[in-house]
Design a protein around this ligand. Structure first.
Ligand code: ATP
Ligand code: MG
Length: 366
């Protein structure tokens, strides 16, 4: 019998060993929501020893999650278990994971208790979800592009006809009408061009990713309307990469601009951080790359509205009154040209976008 810790739950050694060998984090909380048992997987998930966990509330170790104390309390008092998929757990050290959670209420010694199971979503599942989402985003972008093309062609005709008509008109009052047609056609053409996205082919050159980031940092710093601090944490060992600097600048700018806009209305100091790291053996859209650079752009703003999360990269998805919702969709197209991907995690007080770009070896590209 392992008696020291789990006074509340007495389990035989065999059962404890079994629970410790499962990959699912399993814990028991009592009616005060204090942890009375935590298996090994829980300890490694929370990076805390059993002694640190015992007698404390689970939420004490989590800086943000939709898995709140209120929900646990509700499960206890209403005798109602629940399960949730893809729950985000953000920890105080900046780590975060997604997990499928199941909570079961049971009685122990006439007191209610909860058995909580957290199954971290593994890499493989994440990759397959990612590629499914990516395929959907591609389809949405193609649909919008097709539509934009269809609008663009007749629009040129409408504008041309209005110009011809204007030449025939002698009454200046009537010319005002043709001007309205021309102005509005130009406005629509502008929008349609943005919907169609960048139409030039990328020009790849060997250059350093930090040049791209520094340009954007300067742009934001010189924009003195904003009072935003930008932190840098670059890995100087990142080699030159075959990139189109203009395209990546645009992609990073679209993400940074969103951060700046999100920080505008804060009543605490806004901060953006730019961080680069090398990652090894990463799969991007089904292709495994030995070396990948990760560019992390994080801000301490209010977070991405929950209702936008699933469709964030779709064109025309916006949470702003005057937004066109194209910034992220364009950023993704530009990163796609580099065979990369963009990931996002966000909760109140923290939003981070990670751009992953494969690093090709100079010798292998001739
Ligand atoms: N860092 C962030 N913090 C909070 N919300 C964000 C952040 N980045 C993006 N968002 C949300 O995602 C939405 C979509 O962003 P996106 O850049 O695609 O479009 P937009 O900024 O609304 O318009 P556009 O970029 O075309 O001017 C934004 O409207 C905003 O609600
Ligand atoms: Mg934007």
């Amino acid at each position: 019998m392992r008696d020291s810790f789990w006074g509340f739950v007495d389990l035989s050694d065999k059962i404890l060993a079994l629970l410790d060998s499962t990959a699912t984090a399993i814990l028991v909380v009592d009616e005060k929501l204090e942890i009375t048992y935590a298996n090994m997987a829980t300890q490694s998930l929370l990076e805390q020893s059993d002694k640190q966990l015992l007698g404390h509330s689970l939420t004490q170790f989590v800086s943000h999650s939709s898995f709140t104390e209120e929900r646990l309390q509700h499960a206890i008092s209403h005798n109602e278990g629940f399960s949730d998929s893809e729950v985000l757990f953000a920890f105080f050290d900046g780590r975060h994971i997604l997990g499928d959670v199941s909570v079961t209420r049971f009685e122990y010694d006439d007191s209610p208790a909860l058995l909580v199971e957290i199954k971290a979503i593994d890499q493989q599942k994440r990759i397959s979800q990612e590629s499914q989402q990516w395929a959907q985003q591609q389809a949405a972008r193609e649909l919008i592009r097709g539509l934009a093309h269809e609008i663009k062609n007749p629009l040129g005709g409408v504008r041309g006809a209005a110009q011809l008509l204007e030449k025939q008109l002698s009454n200046p009052l009537l010319k005002e009408f043709t001007q309205v047609i021309i102005e509005q056609s130009d406005r629509l053409t502008n929008l349609v061009d943005r919907l169609l996205g960048p139409n030039s082919l990328p020009h790849f050159r060997w250059s350093n990713i930090h040049q791209v980031l520094e340009k954007i940092r300067m742009l934001v710093l010189f924009d003195d309307i904003q009072d935003v601090a930008i932190q840098r944490d670059y890995d100087p060992s990142i080699p030159d990469m075959l990139i189109d600097q203009d395209m990546l600048q645009q992609a990073v700018l679209n993400i940074v601009r969103n951060s700046v806009q999100a920080l505008e209305k804060l009543d605490y100091p806004g901060e953006i951080s730019l961080k680069t790291r090398i990652k090894r053996q990463l799969t991007i859209h089904g292709v495994k790359h030995p070396l990948v650079v990760q560019v992390k752009i994080a801000d301490n703003g209010p977070g991405i509205p929950i209702e936008l999360k699933d469709t964030l990269f779709y064109p025309m998805v916006t949470g702003k009154a005057n937004g066109t919702g194209l910034g992220l969709s364009i950023a993704q197209t530009l990163v796609d040209h580099h065979k990369g991907k963009i990931d996002v995690e966000s909760w109140p007080g923290h939003t981070e976008f990670k751009i992953y770009l494969p690093i090709e070896k100079k010798e292998s590209v001739k």
